[in-house]
Design a protein around this ligand. Structure first.
Ligand code: TYD
Length: 138
């Protein structure tokens, strides 16, 4: 998988005078079945999260509150996405290195995942990630 499959998904928005509502349905607003949902919060200033790749997991990352940056790297190209709206989801296919950084105070990152948690799906070492990419290059 490479950088051109990464995309920002514009989620549905229902706006009325009582406030806004957005939602996500699997296979409709995300191109995978959702097997797990987790969220990252209370991140101290200056901390980074992630800093790994997944062999199988696809994900959608939403800044439900506040803002943060997601640095995405396919081994050749790097791109940073700034998330700061709860109606945009960043879709990440399998096999990309990603790091989350520059969390604002009180930010809340929601992650929808295509797999149950499996530590064996992680590539936590950058050199190992590059070697994995090379082995799997088409
Ligand atoms: P990790 O994915 O490394 O966090 P981040 O990428 O945000 O820095 O996960 C941190 C710890 O939490 C690690 O020990 C694995 C555990 N964990 C679970 O048990 N279940 C989960 O669904 C997730 C995402 C993490």
């Amino acid at each position: 998988m490479c950088m051109d499959q990464v995309r920002l998904i514009d989620l549905p928005k229902v706006l009325d005078h009582r406030g806004n509502l957005s939602f996500i349905e699997e296979m409709k607003h995300v191109p995978f079945e959702v097997k797990r949902v987790y969220w990252i919060y209370d991140v101290p200033g200056g901390e980074t999260r992630g800093g790994h790749a997944f062999k199988e997991q696809q994900e959608l990352i939403v800044a439900l509150s506040g803002s943060f940056d997601v640095l995405v790297d396919d081994g050749k190209m790097k791109q940073t996405f700034s998330l700061n709206r709860s109606y945009f989801g960043l879709y990440l296919p399998t096999g990309l290195w990603r790091q989350m950084q520059n969390f604002s105070t009180n930010s809340l990152a929601l992650v929808l995942s295509s797999t149950p948690f499996d530590e064996n799906d992680y590539l936590r070492d950058y050199q190992e990630f590059l070697a994995y990419r090379k082995r799997n290059e088409k």
